[in-house]
Design a protein around this ligand. Structure first.
Ligand code: ATP
Ligand code: MG
Length: 295
């Protein structure tokens, strides 16, 4: 079972004072990494003996861990808090199966009470440094702080980018919200282009990809900066551009180079995989909005 699945299971077993202790652990993490019982008692606003008991329960459930003289959240604890947030806001009802395991994230299906299926992406950047608890570390507090910072920020950055893209085109999964290390968005029913699925019309699929990149650039002022056949999904007809945490604004000093790189990666792929012949130069000008249409 993954940390996320264990977190989903723990959801029903966590009591009020444990939630407050978790929130206290999260709050101390950004400043100190770990918290001792005294600090936790103050942040959770609970008497020390209640906090001691709650921490014991959290340790037993794998939601907190002992770090030197203090305590910190585990990845499972972080993901539990995110899930609780979504459930409390009535956004999701249950966690479904895993959709994909990436290098830096795991994507799960999440289901609403009405049966709508969302994609719930949990960032796990640097997952080894967080989970290898036995390895001696010079500064465990700094590790925890930096794990939380980089994963919370990645989720926030992806949310911010998808928020800017919302409504511009069906090619951008509609984002719902984000919490902790996770982003909740529309689930699209496609496979990655790198699997080279059969396309109804490869050229028009490529033009759709470029058209979506153009909307992102011209309307939202965004360059994805990691586009390739890995981050484009398709059902053979429609295309979707996913994976936006590293997106940069069009005003960024490297935006032009990054855009050129994205365009070239996909031009090369469509030529090799589907024999679509579009010049990277024209494609680039089209995406920049400098060429009204592609011949
Ligand atoms: N909105 C979505 N709807 C359906 N499937 C999705 C969605 N977002 C992501 N996925 C699935 O999860 C996979 C990984 O997503 P994404 O590319 O955003 O994360 P990643 O951490 O960059 O993964 P990788 O390292 O594999 O590129 C996608 O290839 C796709 O299969
Ligand atoms: Mg990706």
């Amino acid at each position: 079972m993954s940390t996320t699945e264990r977190a989903a299971r723990a959801l029903k077993t966590v009591k009020d004072e444990e939630w407050r202790t978790l929130a206290g652990l999260e709050r101390t993490a950004s400043g100190y990494g770990t918290a001792d019982l005294g600090r936790l008692s103050r942040t959770a606003k609970l008497p020390i003996e209640r906090v001691r008991f709650a921490v014991g329960e959290l340790l037993r459930k794998g939601l907190a861990q002992k770090k030197g003289s203090g305590y910190s959240l585990t990845q499972q604890g972080v993901e539990l808090m995110a899930l609780k947030d979504y459930v409390k806001k009535d956004l999701i009802f249950a966690l479904g199966p895993i959709i994909a395991k990436g290098k830096e994230s795991d994507v799960y299906e999440a289901v609403t009470e009405e049966g709508t299926k969302y994609a719930l992406k949990f960032y796990k950047i640097g997952r080894t440094s967080f989970t290898k608890v036995r390895r001696k570390r010079l500064n465990e507090s700094a590790d925890i702080r930096s794990w939380m910072t980089s994963n919370y920020e990645a989720a926030k950055r992806e949310y911010d980018a998808l928020r800017k893209l919302r409504g511009l085109s069906p090619a951008f999964p509609e984002v719902v919200t984000h919490s902790r290390n996770s982003v909740l968005s529309e689930q699209v029913s496609g496979v990655r282009l790198m699997q080279r699925p059969e396309l109804v019309d490869p050229r028009s699929a490529f033009v759709s990809v470029l058209g979506a990149m153009r909307l992102a650039y011209v309307q939202a002022g965004l360059v994805n900066a990691d586009l390739s056949e890995y981050n484009v999904l398709t059902n053979g007809e429609s295309i979707w551009l996913i994976d936006w945490p590293q997106a940069v604004p069009a005003s960024h000093p490297n935006a032009d180079d990054l855009l050129r790189h994205d365009v070239e990666a996909l031009t090369t792929f469509f030529r090799r995989a589907y024999g679509v012949d579009v010049s990277a130069g024209d494609a680039y000008l089209f995406v920049r909005g400098r060429l009204p249409k592609l011949e």
